[in-house]
Design a protein around this ligand. Structure first.
Ligand code: D41
Length: 671
């Protein structure tokens, strides 16, 4: 292929990707599935990797790439970023409308209305259609240059769509974090015992103010435009709503809730409608912004100090309230997580009565210093579980009681453990604990565990709900009659399930260990344990110290394993399973010859045709070690599609690189 046609092909891919970004972020109407989008992206990456001279700064592959900064540079806003006046009641809205009508001397005003996003104001500068700068609002005159971070946000185009845009266009809007992404970010932080963000606004601000754009790139940020700054043309339209439609055509997301309404009544109706819709939006809003729609009218109204006289934010009532913690109880989740929950004196928060608030985990209780009897601020944000924001220590009564993690599970009585360095406490009941039963049984039956064909999640749920089974061992005493009494279960499928149960009894020690669902014991660890200990009896008797001597097993995993076998209930279930006839061939400790890959270290990278865990298990069975990073000690790198930096490193170090076919050949040669 000629250089020119490769360049054309890269450009074509970029146009396709930009277009699909627009369909996804701006129109909220994707035309192709994510997998197809990923394929286009990989194709472009491959092309650019082979021809680095063709990479352009506005290529969709170039979102993350900038080096970490020492500090942000200052940006002066040639046209200041204004602030907004507030209205907290319908009366204040009426005052605003009256003022505007008097100043303009008109009967009724046309307003544009949109939700007020709770995020961070930003100015995006496009020159000749290319994003050249992203700057925070700062004090309105001077902000910070966050260009590298802004570039990582998928909703923000690196170049404008279509043509005919002004040579200079500054688009202003709000960067925000959707609720789901915020919850997920905090869940991850909590799991790692790291600091959580108090709300999506803080999370968005914290993410945008990272000096390393690679961190920002991992944060689920989004953007809606709501105005403009410098323009090299006179205007984008005659009204705000027309101008926003133009900005949307350029490929920038505009709130899908943006509407033109007539007069004060139109504003009040829109506000009520948005208050009802609020919880179902997937981002936080703290009110509605109304703007005089006609740009000439806007100009006549002008500004007072730094706020336009033509716009106002009608705020929702506070989402926080004061109440008293009556008690703290502990709930057990499906994964055994034991979570403290505060029982509160019922209190109205933003129109809803709140009786409970989650405290997440004991670290959180300690950090916030919550005692039973304390007066606390509770916050309800959207449809998420209410939270305790902080306590008022000056109101703590003498009778206040400390919150203590129970030693035993409130549901099943098994020991509760909180491993060192982990935030979450867990019930060790596992298979036995009713709170965890369904999940434990689903896992037990799954393909890579006992592989009970036809026993899907729905069926397990029915069986547990109808109390036909209490633990996985009960599966093996189910009768045809019992099964045929279930929904959508005929004679044939009942018999098939019984046959599958029978077949599953013949297994391996590694599969059986994995099926038990011991925390942190995945397939690879199960296999290591089976190899090292050889028998279930030996493993049951192993001390934490002995467990830790096993390759790849650290103190946390060792503690989980020991705690599991320490629980009498778990031993009972295991005995029942063995009595039901589950068996496996004795594990032979393979001789040196049987471990052809002993001493060899592998790294798996890129996208492979099978789950990495599966390949890892296979390699380990042959004695190989599988690690996560490439070093001079690595013997083989198995590289799938779109392999990145690990592959580069392997090349640099001269490590043998295998594709999947190469791996097959290697494995076949060891057989
Ligand atoms: O959603 C928002 N947070 C929002 C903020 C919005 N929808 N519109 C806004 N419009 C303006 C003007 C009228 C000055 C163009 C704003 C803001 N300003 C704003 N955000 C932070 C400070 C000012």
């Amino acid at each position: 292929m000629s250089a020119a046609s490769i360049r054309a092909q890269a450009e074509d891919l970029r146009r396709q990707i930009d277009y699909h970004n627009y369909r996804y972020y701006v129109l909220d109407d994707p035309e192709i599935p994510d997998s197809e989008y990923d394929r286009l992206m990989r194709e472009l990456q491959a092309l650019e990797a082979a021809h680095p001279e063709l990479i352009t700064p506005d290529s969709p592959t170039q979102r993350v790439g900038a080096q970490p900064l020492k500090e942000f540079a200052e940006v002066r806003h040639a046209i200041p970023m204004l602030s907004l006046g507030n209205a907290f009641s319908d009366e204040e809205m009426a005052d605003f409308d009256e003022r505007v009508r008097k100043l303009l001397n008109v009967e009724q005003i046309e307003y544009s209305a949109e939700p007020k996003l709770d995020g961070l104001a930003i100015s995006l500068r496009y020159e000749k259609g290319v994003l050249v700068q992203g700057a925070t609002r700062g004090d309105g005159h001077r902000g910070e240059d966050v260009t590298s971070n802004v570039r990582t946000i998928g909703a923000i185009p690196l170049r404008l769509l279509g043509e005919g845009w002004p040579a200079v266009l500054e688009v202003r809007g709000e960067i925000f974090m959707p609720k789901k992404g915020f919850e997920e970010l905090n869940r991850r932080a909590r799991k790692k015992g790291e600091k959580t963000f108090a709300n999506p606004r803080n999370a968005a601000a914290g993410s945008l103010r990272q000096l390393d754009p690679k961190i920002t790139a991992t944060r689920p940020l989004s953007f809606y435009a709501y105005g403009w700054g410098e323009l090299s043309v006179e205007k984008l339209g005659d009204s705000y709503s027309d101008a926003m439609a133009v900005i949307k055509e350029y490929g920038l997301p505009v709130s899908p809730e943006l509407k033109v309404v007539q007069g004060l009544q139109g504003c009040l109706d829109y506000f009520d409608a948005m208050a009802r819709k609020r919880d179902s939006l997937d981002y936080e809003i703290d009110g509605v912004v109304f703007k005089v729609n006609d740009l000439q009218q806007q100009e006549r109204l002008g500004f007072v100090s730094r706020a336009p006289r033509w716009a106002i934010a009608r705020k929702f009532p506070a989402q926080e309230a004061l109440t008293v913690v009556k008690d703290v109880e502990f709930q057990v989740g499906r994964t055994g997580a034991v979570t403290p929950v505060a029982r509160l004196d019922p209190v109205e928060v933003g129109g809803v009565t709140v009786r409970n608030a989650t405290l997440h985990n004991m670290d959180e209780v300690k950090k916030k210093d919550v005692h039973i009897g304390d007066t606390v601020y509770v916050r309800r944000a959207g449809d998420v579980i209410p939270e305790i924001v902080r306590v008022l220590p000056e109101r703590r009564p003498k009778t206040a009681q400390e919150v203590v993690l129970p030693k035993h599970c409130p549901v099943c009585g098994s020991d509760v453990i909180k491993p060192e360095g982990e935030a979450v406490a867990r019930c060790t009941g596992g298979l036995y604990c009713p709170a965890q039963r369904k999940e434990a049984i689903k896992h037990f039956a799954s393909r890579r565990a006992m592989d009970i064909e036809g026993l899907g999640d729905k069926l397990v749920e029915q069986l547990v709900e109808q109390e036909l089974i209490h633990d996985p061992a009960d599966l093996y005493s189910l009768t045809r009659q019992q099964l045929m009494g279930l929904e959508r279960m005929g004679e044939k499928s009942a018999q098939n399930l019984l046959d599958a149960l029978e077949r599953s009894k013949e297994t391996t020690l590694a599969h059986f260990l994995y099926a038990l669902g011991i925390r942190e014991v995945g397939e690879a660890t199960s296999q290591t344990l089976a190899q090292q200990f050889g028998s279930l009896e030996a493993l049951e008797k192993a001390s934490e110290e002995e467990l830790q001597e096993t390759p790849d097993i650290g103190p946390i995993v060792a503690a989980h394993i020991a705690a599991f076998f320490h629980q009498p209930h778990n031993r009972e279930v295991i005995d029942k399973l063995l009595q039901a006839g589950i068996h496996w061939p004795a594990v032979e400790t393979p001789s040196e010859e049987e471990l052809p890959l002993k001493g060899k270290t592998f790294v798996l990278t890129g996208s492979l045709s099978r789950p990495r865990s599966e390949i890892k298990v296979e390699l380990q069975a042959l004695g190989a070690k599988v690690t996560g990073s490439v070093s001079k000690n690595t013997d083989y790198v198995v590289a799938g599609e779109a392999a990145g930096s690990k592959l580069d490193k392997a090349r640099d170090l001269g490590v043998t690189i295998l594709d999947e076919d190469g791996l097959k050949i290697l494995l076949a040669s060891t057989a």
